[in-house]
Ligand binder design. Structure first.
Ligand code: FAD
Length: 411
């Protein structure tokens, strides 16, 4: 028999989706978060739901790019100034996964998930989550053909895995016709058709409202300090005296290792911090925009645009570094016409929960009753609802499909 009462640690896109899907099986849930709902990485991200781009992070070009980037202080990829043994262990393991063979193997797994992403959002929308998911063609823009080879190569790999991708090439003028905010420096663009996007703040809040409306409890501003299994029950420790449950799901994002390591999760993980801000545009962005060379994703937010980017290997709670925002502005200023760079607002930093092999960690841990849902890296918003569905099915029915087998958090 499955659990009757489950505590979920972490009220981000992943934890809330797990709670919501557990409720589909009639399971009583309480979600705990050390801060507010959706205030971790699930807050200021770009909100792209882009199966065409949902691919493993470790691949050969990031090694070449990474080394160049460390030498360049304006680069969108940054390492911390001081040595960090945990980061060294993570980067060593990550670099071992940067081979074409490993990327293709991991991509075969991503393909299985990518085919089910939209259906997992549709299930939430038809069953009580009152949020908007917009269909969109995503525009990737380049200043020249050389800049486009990286994304082209990635999309070739996605197609080689058997996943369908619909791409059209545009000249600079065609690109400006499609998106008038692009500057004259854009000479080439790719339209990636059939993607979607959300406002992640609104979505997480709608998901939380649905969990509550179905009888779940969400307790904010309560940090979980440890998980033990005693006498067949799970004890969740926190400052208010803690609670007991039949099972727990650890969905604490970039903070996952603190709670999950004692339960057999050995895969090195680290926070890949990203920055975002909003800026007003002369005319609203027509669809999501991606500048691969600047590593920046832009999403429409009314008459403003949210700009998200940067990969900074740093502890998740370190303060925001304004230099990272300045570097993104410097990179985008020549590419985006009509942005008022003097009116930047909503500056934010958040930590992508990266796993060293680029594959999420979802499934049972080595402790009975302790389940893991994390390590989604660049794509936790996109993959959150499907993660919830797969994990809830496993917990409620015991069934393990090929997807969960691949995501085994104790690998
Ligand atoms: C700049 C940027 C842009 C991005 N763009 C996209 C995008 O376009 N599309 C996409 O799919 N993904 C994107 N991502 C990635 C995505 O944001 C993350 O993968 C996703 O939000 C991870 O969700 P999560 O629920 O695992 O983690 P989080 O949202 O970080 O949630 C974890 C929660 O756990 C809580 N917590 C931690 N420790 C404890 C504890 N001990 N006790 C209680 N609570 C605890 C935290 O407070 C937090 O609320 C982007 C990320 C960044 C940084």
């Amino acid at each position: 028999m499955g659990p009757r009462k489950v505590v979920v640690v972490g009220a981000g896109m992943v934890g809330l989706s797990c709670a919501w899907s557990l409720q589909e099986y009639g399971i009583d849930v309480e979600v705990l978060d050390r801060a507010a709902v959706g205030s971790g990485a699930s807050w200021g991200n770009a909100g792209f739901l882009a199966p065409a781009l949902t691919v493993p992070l470790p691949e050969p070009s990031i090694l070449r790019y990474g080394i160049r980037a460390v030498m360049d202080r304006h680069s969108p990829v940054r390492l911390p100034p001081r040595a960090d043994p945990e980061l060294a262990r993570f980067l060593l393991r990550l670099s071992r996964n940067c081979t074409t063979a490993r990327w293709s193997k991991a991509m075969a797994g991503y393909r299985m998930l990518n085919e089910r992403i939209f259906e997992s959002f549709d299930a939430q929308l038809t069953d009580g989550v009152r949020a908007e998911v917009r269909a969109a063609d995503l525009l990737a823009a380049f200043t020249g053909a050389a800049e486009a080879t990286g994304l082209q190569h990635e999309l070739d790999g996605v197609v080689a895995s058997g996943q369908q991708v619909d791409v059209e090439l545009l000249t600079g003028d065609q690109a400006r016709h499609a998106e008038p905010n692009l500057s004259e420096q854009i000479r080439l663009a790719m339209v990636v058709r059939g993607q979607r996007y959300i406002d992640p703040v609104a979505y997480a809040s709608a998901l939380a409202a649905s969990v509550r409306a179905r009888g779940g409890t969400i307790t904010e501003h309560l940090a979980v300090s440890g998980i033990q299994r005693t006498a067949g029950r799970i004890r969740v420790s926190s400052a208010d005296g803690g609670r007991e449950a039949d099972a727990v799901v650890l969905a604490s994002g970039a903070w996952l290792p603190q709670l999950a390591t004692p339960h057999g999760v050995r895969m090195p993980q680290f926070g890949g911090r990203g920055y975002s801000f909003t800026v007003p545009l002369r005319q609203p962005l027509r669809s999501p925009l991606y500048f691969p060379a600047a590593r920046a994703a832009l999403a429409p937010r009314g008459d403003r645009v949210r700009v998200a980017g940067v990969m900074e290997f740093q502890r998740p709670d370190a303060p925001l570094d304004p230099a990272r925002i300045a570097a993104t502005v410097r990179a985008l200023r020549p590419l985006l016409a009509g942005a008022d760079w003097s009116r930047i607002e909503d500056q934010w930093v958040g930590a992508r929960p990266l796993s060293a092999d680029g594959i999420p960690l979802v499934g049972p841990s080595t402790t009975e009753g302790v389940y893991i849902a994390g390590g989604h890296g660049m794509w936790g918003v996109t993959l959150g609802p499907l993660t919830g569905r797969l994990l809830a099915e496993r917990m409620a029915t015991g069934s393990i499909g090929p997807e969960l087998d691949w995501l085994d958090p104790t690998r």
